[in-house]
Design a protein around this ligand. Structure first.
Ligand SMILES: NC(=O)c1ccc[n+]([C@@H]2O[C@H](COP(=O)([O-])OP(=O)(O)OC[C@H]3O[C@@H](n4cnc5c(N)ncnc54)[C@H](OP(=O)(O)O)[C@@H]3O)[C@@H](O)[C@H]2O)c1
Length: 335
């Protein structure tokens, strides 16, 4: 098994290395790929030194599997070229997610969307992944009528440069080197990614469109507000849901607890609720603050928190690769 990781020096690339090791994923040869800035640098993984190469050199080594975490422009250009050689490309960028015929996969929900004809597989946006995991069991048991989500997204969701901005602002809040349009220290910025013509940000539209695609509900009434907060790791979401059928909270808790990938953290009498502090480092998506919305029939509120670098990015990508192996689409031998 030859595995390429494009964007290996970035936050997601580094987390991919960590999770591949953690899960004992089979790998005979690692092909670490980054930008020309990093080419030639050494990287240590599983006790061996590896030399970082550019995309063309990585492609020439014909990987069986390629994880892409180097941004959308890179994926648009290189994913088809890697796929043409027969490699499965698992892409973390937004480049291919909404393209017809490209599976957008959360393995707990729709790994069946992958076939041997689909060499490029998209992994959802971090804020989408945790949202659909919580929505899926409610969809299956009660039907979804409307979803309103507000996010509180951590800085690591914006990559290395955002973390550098925060670290510099801790020393000097007026420091000039900005990843965001404004200071993030002591602030909440109601803008994740760029604004679109309809007044939503690109992040908000990703949440809306990707959720519809993964859940197979093209007409789902869903709206989003995405906010960046000065938290290092872990996205939080306040989710208001109207279901098609009425429910009891006991049934809601049960179906969420039964959903793979979800951990219920929901006992307000003991002040137990999901928080980034506790969800960071966990592969499970934490769900709590479950309560009936007393202002609307058939409606409830959830608070959903997940590690954006794990289930929101690297863990989901590795789980996709594991699904390819389980489905016999990718040949691998575990040690
Ligand atoms: N962070 C998250 O929580 C998260 C979640 C889901 C999806 N994603 C997506 O995952 C991707 C990576 O995100 P990140 O947060 O890891 O970003 P990041 O920390 O900024 O890292 C970007 C990586 O891409 C590499 N790169 C940039 N231009 C390249 C080029 N022309 N050729 C080869 N490599 C290039 C960089 O290499 P150098 O070090 O050499 O510059 C670096 O390794 C993005 O598409 C992002 O939207 C991120």
């Amino acid at each position: 098994m030859k595995i390429a990781i494009a964007g290996v020096t970035g936050l997601v690339g580094q987390k991919l290395l960590e999770i591949l090791s953690e899960r004992g994923f089979p790998c005979d040869q690692l092909i670490p790929i980054a930008s020309p800035r990093s080419e030639g640098k050494q990287l240590e993984w599983r006790g061996k030194n590896h030399t970082i190469v550019g995309a063309a050199q990585g492609l020439s080594q014909k990987p069986d599997l390629a994880f892409f975490a180097a941004g959308g422009d890179f994926s648009k250009e290189w994913a088809p070229r890697f796929a043409e050689t027969g490699a499965y490309v698992i892409d973390k960028s937004s480049a291919w997610r909404m393209v017809k015929g490209i599976p957008l996969v959360i393995p707990e929900i729709n790994s069946h969307a992958m076939t041997d004809q689909t060499r490029i597989i998209a992994s959802p946006n971090c804020s989408t992944s945790q949202l659909v995991l919580a929505l899926k069991p409610l969809q299956d048991h009660f039907g979804l009528e409307r979803v309103v989500v507000s996010t509180y997204q951590s800085m690591s969701g914006s990559g290395v440069k955002a973390m550098e901005q925060y670290d510099q602002e801790l020393i000097d809040p007026a420091s000039a080197n900005k990843c965001y349009s404004y200071q993030i220290l002591d602030n909440c910025i109601p803008q994740c990614d760029v604004f679109l013509d309809n007044g939503y940000t690109k992040e908000e539209m990703k949440l809306i469109e990707e959720s519809r695609k993964i859940l197979g509900l093209q007409d789902l009434a869903i709206t989003a507000t995405a906010v960046r907060v000065p938290v290092k790791v872990g996205h939080s979401e306040s989710v208001s849901i109207t279901l098609s059928e009425d429910f009891t909270l006991v049934d809601i808790r049960q179906c969420l607890a039964d959903m793979p990938g979800i951990k219920l953290v929901d006992d307000h009498s003991k002040l137990q609720y999901p928080m980034p502090l506790h969800a960071a480092g966990d592969d499970l998506t934490h769900v709590g603050r479950i309560r009936r919305d007393e202002s609307l029939p058939r409606s409830l509120h959830l608070w959903v928190v997940s590690d954006n670098l794990r289930k929101g990015a690297a863990t989901n990508a590795v789980q996709i690769a594991e699904s390819l192996i389980h489905q016999g689409l990718l040949k691998a031998v575990y040690a």
